[in-house]
Design a protein around this ligand. Structure first.
Ligand SMILES: [Zn+2]
Length: 236
């Protein structure tokens, strides 16, 4: 029985340590995920700026075409002026020239406005490109570090699982079940010390007779309040 209790204590110690190592593993994985999410966020901003630049570039190209057409119209109308015979026709052509000039000018000022926005978008994108490149470099280096530590962590966990299997194998099936059930129901603490007449798992007082019996009875006993398996180290 003392051997069983010792096994249970060893198992509890191992499982507590294992939980800490698993937390370490999760912390590493979480950090990697956070780094990746940040890179995705930056990439999303770069992509969105590239999209805006592309749309604006298309709109600008359209305006450039319109302006070229209006300039052609101006030239064509102007070239007709020398052949004009009547005053009425002359006025009409001049009006055409005037309208085409006005449209060309409007296109030019729209192009100027687009250029201004484009310039600021391109500058924004260049800044975000740099930020993304720097963050990618940092994240890659950090992820490689985490990967290296995770290799060690995983190795440690595998060794713990192996050792755990050995402990479990040596326990009677019923005790093993009680242990596993308590681990699940009592937040990973199934085996606790009883000291000063109390269970250190739930801090409730144990019946004095029962507490005293822990020092003499060769049987694994449960706390009547929290059901955890109890051990004692030295008489008070
Ligand atoms: Zn208890």
């Amino acid at each position: 029985m003392q051997k069983q209790l010792q096994l249970l204590r060893d198992l509890q110690e191992l499982d507590t340590e294992k939980k800490a190592v698993e937390n370490e593993q999760q912390t590493g994985l979480n950090e990697q995920m956070a780094l990746k999410a940040e890179l995705d966020r930056l990439q999303g901003m770069v992509d969105s700026l590239a999209g805006e630049i592309s749309i604006l570039g298309g709109e600008k190209a359209e305006l450039v075409n319109i302006m070229a057409l209006e300039q052609e119209n101006v030239e064509r109308s102007e070239s007709r002026l020398p052949q004009i015979k009547t005053q009425k026709e002359y006025v009409a052509v001049l009006k055409e020239v005037d309208t085409a000039n006005k449209l060309a000018k409007e296109s030019q000022s729209s192009i100027d406005a687009k250029n201004e926005i484009l310039e600021s978008l391109v500058a924004d994108k260049a800044e975000k490109d740099d930020e993304l490149a720097a963050s990618t470099e940092q994240a890659d280096a950090r992820c490689a570090e985490i990967d290296a530590s995770l290799v060690a962590v995983n190795k440690k966990l595998a060794e713990m699982d192996r050792q755990r299997g050995v402990f479990l194998e040596e326990l009677p099936k019923s005790l093993r079940k009680r242990y596993e059930l308590l681990m699940a129901r009592r937040a990973g603490v199934a085996v606790v010390e009883a000291r000063g007449g109390a269970c250190l798992g739930c801090h409730m007082h144990l019946p004095p007779q029962m507490f005293n019996s822990l020092f003499i009875i060769n049987e694994v006993q449960s706390c009547p309040h929290c059901n955890r398996l109890l051990f004692v180290t030295a008489p008070d």
